[in-house]
Design a protein around this ligand. Structure first.
Ligand SMILES: [Fe+2]
Length: 224
């Protein structure tokens, strides 16, 4: 996954010995569509604030947390979150929250597309195998998202053997517990409150219309 972070790799050879390693900051990725592209399911203003303010803030605070920690910074954001237990304790909570928020939103934008897609191919087979059929999957995923207490995300993951739906609090990532994310819905209030207020169930129903199943299938195929 492109984290938007570019840098220069350090080499061990003598020629490279004195080159200063420059690691730029983790940057906010561009949305893969216009801010109004998910209307009427997710409104333009929500998308502008969610991406431009919330996601930007996660990126900024993640970068701040990593200042002075070049050893950590020189990994991809996903690798950092995957190996959270190796992050120095002094910054681990900040990295978990802000780094998690950064990569979760990086992941989130491309799994949505206003294209009225249905799952197809291998992911459709895996869904049928685990949940019986697509309608059952939608019901289980929606109920899980509706029941998440407080702020967090509902995930469809591959656990190495089969698909699973799980709720994780705050900005925790399935990567930290060794699972590969395939789909996610952000159920923080900032993701839906402007349009749906307290009607989280309506937001979840709307989200079901804008899942980019091609992207989910691509992520699933990468695990096989
Ligand atoms: Fe969010």
């Amino acid at each position: 996954m492109d984290t938007g972070c570019k840098g220069y790799e350090a080499r061990n050879g003598s020629y490279w010995k004195n080159i200063v390693v420059v690691k730029m900051k983790f940057e906010l990725p561009k949305l893969p569509y216009d801010y109004n592209a998910l209307e009427p399911y997710i409104d333009e203003q929500t998308m502008r604030i969610h991406h431009g303010k919330h996601h930007q803030a996660y990126a900024d605070k993640f970068n701040t947390a990593l200042e002075g920690h070049d050893d950590v910074k020189n990994k991809s954001a996903e690798e950092i979150i995957q190996n959270l237990n190796t992050v120095p304790e002094t910054i681990r909570t900040a990295v978990r929250n802000f780094g998690g928020g950064y990569i979760n939103h990086n992941f989130f934008w491309p799994v949505m597309k206003n294209d009225n897609q249905q799952p197809d191919g291998e992911i459709a087979e895996a869904i049928a195998k685990k949940f019986g059929n697509f309608e059952k999957f939608k019901e289980t995923f929606s109920n899980s998202a509706a029941s998440l207490f407080g702020s967090g995300w509902t995930w469809l993951v591959f656990n190495g053997e089969y698909l699973e739906i799980l709720n994780l609090p705050n900005q925790d990532s399935p990567l930290t517990i060794g699972k590969t994310p395939l789909l996610a819905i952000d159920v923080w209030e900032h993701a839906y409150y402007l349009k749906y207020q307290n009607r989280r169930a309506d937001y979840i129903n709307a989200f079901m219309n804008i899942i980019n199943w091609q992207q989910v299938e691509k992520l699933y195929k990468n695990t096989q």
